[in-house]
Design a protein around this ligand. Structure first.
Ligand code: HEC
Length: 411
């Protein structure tokens, strides 16, 4: 670890610990108090940036468009957005992958659907660049060498979903979003065409534990917010468990921030109370399964729309992997050929990745121990839960179709 990376890691750890009330100092908060940890992350990420106050902290981090160039040149790696040069407003967004299915493109979504952006912090970005995972041929080299990919401590990645506000016929019917005719109360911004958009969902994953932390937040009035799997927040919501309603697509009552959440917001120096008053933690997912082996589920009503019933953040992300030519045969990770999509859940299956029929478990386990996988055994190399590189990286060869994260319209 370079001195700089070390400094960043220590600083990030200190930042997170600083906001933790003394009484809540658990031995391993990411595992024992995941709801608290997800709120710490959410509040910290959604603070106004010091360098670019009009932007939120995460908006100053590199996004997929910057991280995975449309026409990569291995000699010119992407660079971190310099302070003060971060673009504010008129966001360029990707179509949410679940809405229309692949392929997606920037701002070519059907009017009214939600759209998304993904950002990662510098620790994650530096690791992607150092391992050449920002273009397909670099990724191919990683797979061919059998390198065990493990992002450094305190890498953080997030995804934000935005929905059009006023003037969106889709949301006029039963839904409460709206803006100047009131009451959307969440974070507002503008899309590429200057139309008002509102933040409706946010995913956060952080490398505080080997399998990352998993949490998802929703705008309080998202229709169907707790449908199918319920909502569970044992730290920040007055009612810690809300059961799913029998009829789907309805509204759920406000989460009502607990005194502990309000205190945490203060301690962490949160800058906009909207983020604790208008957003709810839908849930956290600290492991693949419960103690009895029952698969754990977590999905957001916006981001995982259509497959919340089967959604498991951690399992689908375990499938983030690449083949030896750097391609991604797993699509967006759901079960192949099934519509509407169905997510894998429960523990991952090593046969997704390795030619295990020819190998013994003790041999497999040695790969985990040594961090070296015999290249001949690899079908798909797991890439440590981060979908960005396999899903978004483009080839240096212009005849290879562009990834779904690539703008189709020149700009
Ligand atoms: C069926 C598969 C699937 C499920 C379930 C899923 N994701 Fe993802 N996720 C993806 C794919 C594919 C991407 C990359 C493309 C994109 O941005 O849509 C992604 C992107 C992300 C990113 C941006 C960083 C990255 O990996 O590129 C975060 C953070 C994230 N997801 C968190 C979550 C959380 C939290 C949940 C559960 C609430 C979840 N995901 C559920 C497939 C899934």
């Amino acid at each position: 670890m370079s001195t700089r990376t070390m400094f960043l890691a220590v600083a990030a750890a200190a930042l997170l610990l600083a906001g933790q009330p003394a009484a809540a100092q658990a031995p391993n908060p990411a595992m024992t108090q995941p709801d608290l940890v997800n709120w710490q992350l959410f509040i910290t990420l959604n603070k106004n940036s010091k360098a670019t106050p009009a932007a939120l902290e995460w908006e100053t981090w590199i996004d997929d468009l910057g991280n995975f160039p449309a026409s990569p040149d291995p000699k010119t790696p992407p660079t971190w957005p310099s302070a003060g040069k971060v673009k504010v407003g008129n966001k360029r967004l990707l179509t949410a992958h679940t809405v229309t299915g692949a392929p997606r493109a920037v701002d070519e979504r059907p009017a009214g659907d939600s759209s998304e952006e993904t950002h990662r912090n510098k620790i994650a970005f530096d690791y992607i660049v150092a391992n050449k995972m920002w273009y397909r041929e670099g990724l191919a080299d990683v797979v061919k060498s059998g390198t065990l990919i493990q992002y450094p401590q305190n890498a953080i990645e997030m995804k934000a979903n935005w929905a059009p506000m006023d003037g969106n016929p889709k949301y006029k019917a039963g839904a409460r979003y709206t803006l100047n005719n009131k009451p959307f109360t969440g974070r507002v911004d503008s899309d590429e065409n200057g139309n008002a958009i509102g933040l409706v969902a946010m995913h956060i994953m952080a490398k505080q534990v080997p399998l990352w932390t998993w949490g998802t937040f929703e705008y309080v009035d998202n229709p169907g917010r707790c449908d199918f799997i319920g909502c569970k927040d044992s730290f920040g919501a007055k009612t810690s468990y809300v059961a799913p309603a029998a009829a789907t697509g309805g509204f759920y009552s406000a989460c009502q921030p607990t005194p502990a959440l309000k205190a945490l917001f203060k301690t962490l120096g949160g800058t906009d109370t909207t983020f604790i008053n208008s957003y709810c933690l839908k849930g956290s997912q600290p492991d693949y399964v419960a103690a009895d082996g029952m698969p754990s589920l977590l999905g957001n009503s916006v981001t995982e729309k259509g497959f919340v019933q089967s959604s498991s953040c951690i399992t689908c992300h375990a499938r983030a992997s690449a083949a030896s030519d750097g391609s991604n045969p797993s699509g967006f990770g759901a079960k192949p050929g099934v519509t509407p999509p169905v997510s894998y859940n429960g523990a991952p299956d090593p046969t997704w990745f390795y030619n295990t029929a020819t190998l013994n478990p003790d041999e497999l386990w040695q790969w985990e121990q040594t961090g070296k996988i015999p290249p001949a055994a690899i079908k798909l190399l797991p890439l440590d839960f981060s979908w960005g590189p396999p899903f978004c990286a483009n080839s240096v060869d212009p005849t290879v179709p562009r990834s779904p994260c690539t703008p189709q319209k020149a700009k």
